[in-house]
Design a protein around this ligand. Sequence first.
Ligand SMILES: [Zn+2]
Length: 424
Amino acid sequence: MSDFIIRGDICTSADKKTIQTYEDSYAVCADGVCKGVFAKIPERYRDLTVHDYRGKLVMPGMVDLHIHAPQYAYRGLGMDMELLSWLDHYAFPEEAKYRDLSYAEKAYGIFADAVRHSATTRMVAFGTLHREATELLMDKMEDTGIVSFVGKLNMDRNSPDDLRESSAEESVAETELFLKDALGRYRNTYPIITPRFVPSCTDACMEGIGKLSERYGVRVQSHLSENPGEVAWVRELCPDTAFYGEAYDRFGLFGKPQQTVMAHCVYSSDEEIALMKENGVFIAHCPASNMNVASGIAPIRRYLDLDLRVGLGSDVAGGQTESLFTAMVEALQVSKLYWRIVDNSCKPLSVDEVFYMATKGGGEFFGKVGAFTEGYEFDAIVIDDSRLPHPQELSTKERLERAIYLGGDIKALVAKYCRGKRIL
Ligand SMILES: [Zn+2]
């Protein structure tokens, strides 16, 4: 890691409703941390190397709060079913293949290569229930240079014979081995406790992994209130709980004692929303997946107004692509349908708001991440939007909006930095 300066047209969230732009300015990185954005290079940084991206858009790296690495293999396939049948017909048969490490090697190699070339600099990922394959995934994630949390799944009920752990004891013991192997082994890759979702985990399993989360100080990720069929099933499976989130909370798997990210939250009740706020649970909004497996539209306007912590997730392969630019566009689009069709008191999201969710909103899960604010870890991407030609004069903000809508992360990404190191 070296100290340096990036020159370009810099875009960053000032707050969740405002993108701030700095034309032809300088973002300073020292010891992996942002020292601020300046119109001229301050005297004390005179000797630093300048990486010159004049005329290009510079923004914080994208944060993907929810993705399934093993499902990357069949992205863009099997979009003809709702969640529960989709899991049985597509997700589970594919994930069962990761018992075979040679398959995992091949598939995770493809996944890691895609991640490396994407605009993502931070990721919270599901593996499979297989400990060894998930450790192999962590090795590959470390090689990409991005910062990630990776989970070995817990599944000890309501799952096919070839994708189910034989008992709660086995599931918890394998998870503990996984934590012992992975904790402290990497610079940028961390283990995370990952009950697949409530239907897949017995109470004994949840209790065991809740204790591990507390004992080892390890965070938690899972799914919450995604689809009507799933929500009804959880009500049947957990008759003693008032709402879905309580089925995690009673085992210490809902934001306390460890930070937690829950994907979807399309059908969260008022009580569930109140507990998410109280416990600081992060919401991973995954609009592509919510459309593809016909789950619905999450009321993100409401969550933002209530000051809940919200970021974006690609949710591959419920979502068809790892592109967070695509996720931003889809979040905008579904918010307009929600306003028009479901609740006209929920005003559509703005570009400023989805940009915030894709950067600083999700970045908060990683600490001071997702903005060019002094003291934030230095993650950046550079987009050469001259590859998306236009005849008229545009402001920097307009260029950013256009690059988001036109797939600038796929067509025009020219550099990527994470924790102050160039990784692409
Ligand atoms: Zn998911």
